[in-house]
Design a binder for this molecule. Structure first.
Ligand code: FES
Ligand code: FE2
Length: 393
């Protein structure tokens, strides 16, 4: 997509000119959404990669996906091939999946290995990234294997989630999560296990997905069919948003049995939740990459991978407590009562994100205003993006 394309009245020649975002910086009662071209400009996207995705904590996987030494997953994130691997010492590391010889990509798919062996000339690395075997290199002068480990980036965990960060100076993960750590402790998410994943790739800027994912404004329109089918109480419910700005927001419901628990629920709630948590579904965002939905009985979350300004790949995960998964009826109940709603929601959200992307790329596209009662999280997120890409206001 050309970066020189302009849209309507909102464009100026310099997309990084802070003046053109002055109205998004206003309090939400007066503010205007971001101009359309930040959703398709290649140069804006590249700045987002440098200032957001190469600086912030990103969800990589769940710990239970790699429970044993040698277990690994391969991940391509912002065009970077990575392997997330558990070492012999039990430590989870995030290593570059690019061979130090002549750069071949290493490893495929999830699996277990004793060494990381390059498929090209069989150089081999220990699970902590040290180069340990280099056949045919005996005549290379001054060559020392110790000088060529695989590149590594930071990997830290919270509540069973494995996060990675390209920035060596980033704030430690638990510190960056702020009040979320204590607030969600009673859910014991570290004791949950992945039971199903959904993969989607579609034409939409990544921000459209994030914005859609964290506001309840669209729910009564876009999800009317799925809500009526699966969670009839929710259609009448007002969402609210609170929490720590830039860390998390919670939308909740006081309808019977919580917002996203099927009306004919058969699977138990997490033991020991407060009365209000038993009637609440939390929709949490930790910018930019943790989008976590927490009803009283399970969690779902979305992991997204921008692929250029106009495409996004989403992996959506569902996890239940281990004790629930061990129930004899779990598989059948999950398939019949729990997963179908996710199938429908994802299809509806994907569809509307594609619509927004197509509309926003029209030359006449021009935004107007936010709903102060419904889109606080969207306004916050837009300002977070501006803070990162342009610097604080
Ligand atoms: S590129 Fe990996 S061993 Fe040659
Ligand atoms: Fe939605």
């Amino acid at each position: 997509m050309s970066t020189s394309r302009t849209t309507g009245l909102s464009s100026t020649s310099d997309i990084f000119d802070p003046a053109r975002y002055a109205s998004t910086r206003l309090p939400i009662e007066q503010a205007t959404p971001l101009p359309p071209d930040v959703y398709f400009s290649q140069e804006w996207y590249e700045r987002e990669i440098e200032t957001i995705f190469r600086k912030e904590w990103l969800v990589a996987t769940r710990e239970e996906e790699i429970p044993n030494p040698g277990d690994y997953v391969r991940l391509d994130i912002i065009d970077e091939p990575l392997v997330i691997i558990r070492g012999m010492d039990g430590v989870i590391r995030a290593l570059s999946a690019s061979c130090r010889h002549r750069g071949s990509e290493l490893m495929a798919g999830p699996g277990n290995c004793k060494k990381i062996v390059c498929p090209y000339h069989s150089w081999a690395y220990d699970l902590d990234g040290r180069l340990v075997a280099t056949p045919g290199m005996q005549d290379a002068e001054g060559f020392d294997k110790a000088d060529y480990p695989l590149g590594a980036i930071r990997a830290e965990t919270w509540a069973g989630f494995v996060f990675i960060n390209f920035d060596t100076d980033a704030t430690p993960l638990l510190e960056s999560l702020g009040g979320l750590v204590d607030r969600m402790a009673s859910y014991r998410m570290q004791d949950m296990v992945v039971t199903k994943k959904w993969e989607n790739r579609f034409r939409s800027n990544w921000k459209i997905w994030v914005e859609n994912s964290r506001e309840g404004y669209h729910v009564r329109t876009v999800h009317r069919g799925s809500l009526d089918t699966f969670y009839p109480g929710a259609i009448r419910t007002e969402f609210r948003a609170d929490g720590e700005p830039m860390v998390y927001a919670i939308n909740s419901s006081d309808n019977e049995n919580g917002l996203y628990v099927p009306r004919n629920a058969t699977l138990p709630f997490v033991d020991g939740l407060s009365e209000s948590d038993q009637e609440t579904t939390h929709f949490i965002i930790h910018y930019p990459h943790l989008l976590l939905n927490v009803p009283p009985d399970r969690i779902t979350f979305h992991q997204y991978f921008p692929e250029g300004p106009e495409w996004v790949r989403i992996t959506s995960w569902c996890c239940f407590p281990k004790s629930t998964v061990d129930l004899p009826n779990f598989e059948a109940d999950a398939e019949e009562r729990y997963y179908p709603s996710m199938d429908m929601f994802l299809a509806e959200d994907k569809g509307v994100c594609e619509l927004v992307h197509r509309g926003i790329t029209g030359r006449m596209a021009e935004m107007s205003r936010y709903s102060p009662s419904e889109e606080r999280t969207v306004h916050e997120f837009s300002n977070y993006v501006l803070d990162k890409v342009l610097g604080p206001a």
